[in-house]
Design a binder for this molecule. Structure first.
Ligand SMILES: Nc1nc2c(ncn2[C@@H]2O[C@H](COP(=O)(O)OP(=O)(O)OP(=O)(O)O)[C@@H](O)[C@H]2O)c(=O)[nH]1
Ligand SMILES: [Mg+2]
Length: 317
């Protein structure tokens, strides 16, 4: 059996070669069509990493927290990879650049790997490349993968939810708590971080969050609330402790297997979505489609029938 062109590269990735990992992530990001072929080569080595989604309202301090979590991890001699998801909006480019610069002082350390990706979302609000990037980092042997999104929009929920541990960052005195309940953030949190705990109203905010947690449907895991001042590196060790406890809970309860399936589900959904979109585009450009349009116009067929015929053709090819 001859080697596929990606095989030597993936082999180096599995051996822990950082440059190979970076190259694979670039391939996945730029040519999502090849992501599945690459994934096939590393799939057996996935399933070991704890993946941590970090989300919260814009300005809550997510990027500062990630920087502080990296410093804390290095102090504890842990190894952490960060996947920073940039939205494709020109309005946020400045903020993203600033975040990258802030993280730079830790990225020289071999225990840390930082990568940003454009979370190009498709019709279904799905970033095709992201699940594959997470699996590549996992296969490369990074025990922790932090996934940071910029701001909270509906589109980011998918990927953050695909993490095995979801950290929701809140701040005091912004009415965050109430808004988050609306956005469904309360339900998805495994760990709450109350950041900017140096500000007024921290203890009130903590009580609000705890009250809201209390009203969630009963479950075996009660999301803890950890107070931090990320800008001063205070409280971040406690965030790691909460994440590690949650990971242990997932493994002990058997829930980890189900959580890991969420990522596969996203990857599959993304591939199916991309394939259908491509088929649809070529169908719309085909002669056959034009002829169906003429038949519709002359009344020889109806929209419902034409749709069924075209869909059947779409799926046969
Ligand atoms: N007082 C205080 N300020 C903080 C703390 N953590 C972060 N900040 C400040 O809050 C501002 C926003 O922090 P970011 O880390 O950029 O927040 P973000 O959630 O990543 O923001 P977006 O990426 O725009 O959604 C910055 O000016 C930080 O310096 C904190 O614990 N206390
Ligand atoms: Mg940020």
């Amino acid at each position: 059996v001859s080697e596929t062109p990606h095989e030597p590269l993936v082999r180096r990735l599995l051996e822990g070669d950082r440059a190979a990992l970076a190259r694979v992530l670039t391939l996945i990001d730029r040519r999502p069509a090849e992501a599945a072929a690459i994934d096939a080569l590393l799939a057996r080595r996935t399933g070991r990493a704890g993946t941590i989604g970090i989300t919260g309202a814009p300005g809550a301090g997510k990027s500062t927290l990630v920087g502080s979590l990296l410093k804390s991890a290095v102090r504890r001699n842990d190894r952490v990879a960060v996947l920073a998801l940039d939205p494709k909006s020109p309005f946020t480019q400045g903020a993203v650049l600033g975040d990258r610069l802030r993280m730079e002082h830790t990225t020289a350390d071999e225990r840390v790997f930082v990568r940003s990706m454009t979370a190009e979302t498709r019709a279904g609000g799905l970033a095709l490349a992201t699940p594959f990037a997470i699996r590549a980092l996992d296969a490369a042997g990074w025990p922790w993968v932090l996934i940071e999104t910029v701001g909270v929009g509906q589109t980011e929920f998918d990927i953050v939810e695909a993490a095995t541990t979801t950290v929701v960052v809140m701040t005091p005195g912004t009415g965050d708590e109430v808004q988050s309940v609306k956005a469904g953030l309360m339900e998805m949190a495994d760990v709450f971080v109350l950041n900017k705990a140096d500000r007024d109203g921290a203890s009130c905010a903590r009580l609000d969050i705890e009250r809201a947690v209390h009203h969630l449907p009963a479950s075996a895991w009660k999301p803890p609330v950890v107070e931090t001042v990320a800008s001063e590196d205070r409280g971040t060790d406690g965030v790691w402790d909460a994440i590690a406890r949650h990971r242990k809970h997932l493994i002990d309860s058997g829930e980890m297997v189900r959580r890991q399936q969420r990522l596969l589900r996203l990857a599959l959904h993304g591939l199916i979505d991309a394939d259908l979109q491509q088929r649809t585009n070529s169908l719309l450009a085909s002669d056959e489609f034009s002829s169906v349009l003429s038949h519709l116009q002359s009344g020889d067929c109806d929209l419902g029938g034409a749709t069924r015929d075209l869909l059947a053709r779409l799926l046969r090819t």
